[in-house]
Design a protein around this ligand. Structure first.
Ligand SMILES: [Zn+2]
Length: 275
């Protein structure tokens, strides 16, 4: 779970549509927000005043992040989001539980409800560049820089790593995380633990095609069916393998669930053999 590129693109566009040229009048941090602050993932408790009362001049996505830039040049960086943002017009009632509330100057509200965590960080342009994650985001599969040549080069620089780890290197290939990696590897018929070194040229080419195809498809479908947008609507991209998948659609083998490199991998032990 969590927003990856297709969901980020959709939500960033909706934020742009609704928030551009508005000002945030106040930001409420509820009791629930404390865990995010404590994890060091938000500095809104200390620095919210740096974005309050300044006009939002641009909103754009990059990798697993959304950036809101303000007239005073400060930036609100939202990233690695496991939760939900909602946009409520003036008069719409608030849900009983939320973590952050941004009150806009037209009476509308943007709220964030966390399911696990998210970065909500105020930064100036210099701090953005230096941020460990937000400052170092590589090309995304939907961008023109992400050519087959670029991918082959990236692969050749990471030959000792398992492929799942390589696809998660946000500074080299941004916007895809565990959930789309499951689908990409299923589509390419590659086991998540396969060392890059052991991949054939055919497999690497198939992997590139799968990345492009799956991410393009999900962007077109407005993201996954298990993530909500600003209005509470889900996308239409149906995951190929996830916790609800019992059997492989190709060979009918039972789908394996295994914790690999800190997150759940779902794969077909028959189609995705470990070499
Ligand atoms: Zn199978």
């Amino acid at each position: 779970m969590g927003f990856e590129l297709p969901e980020i693109i959709k939500i960033s566009k909706q934020m742009e549509d609704n928030l551009i040229y508005k000002k945030i009048l106040d930001i409420t941090l509820t009791e629930n927000s404390k865990s995010i602050i404590k994890q060091g993932m938000s500095n809104l408790d200390k620095r919210k005043n740096e974005i309050i009362d300044s006009k939002i001049t641009s909103v754009y996505p990059k990798g697993k992040w959304i950036f809101l830039e303000f007239e005073n040049k400060n930036i609100l960086m939202l990233g690695e989001i496991i939760g939900r943002f909602s946009y409520l017009i003036n008069g719409e009632s608030l849900p009983p539980k939320y973590h952050f509330l941004f009150k806009l100057d037209d009476g509308s509200n943007l709220i964030f409800q966390s399911s696990l965590y998210a970065f909500l960080v105020v930064a100036n342009p210099e701090e953005k560049k230096l941020h460990r994650y937000a400052g170092n985001i590589g090309p995304s599969p939907n961008e023109t820089e992400f050519t087959r040549e670029y991918f082959l080069d990236l692969i050749s620089q990471n030959i000792k790593k398992p492929i799942k780890a390589v696809l998660n290197l946000q500074d080299q290939i941004s916007g895809i995380g565990n959930v789309y990696i499951n689908d990409i590897l299923f589509e390419a018929k590659i086991h998540p633990k396969t060392k890059v070194l052991d991949l054939t040229n055919d497999e690497i080419n198939k992997l590139y095609d799968s990345i492009i195809m799956i991410i393009k498809n999900s962007i077109e479908l407005g993201g996954s069916t298990d993530e909500c947008d600003l209005y509470g609507n889900t996308g239409h991209y149906k995951r190929l393998v996830d916790k609800n998948t019992a059997y492989c659609e190709r060979c009918k083998s039972k789908i394996n669930k295994e914790n690999i490199l800190g997150s759940s991998s779902y794969y077909c032990p028959n189609c995705q053999k470990l070499i």
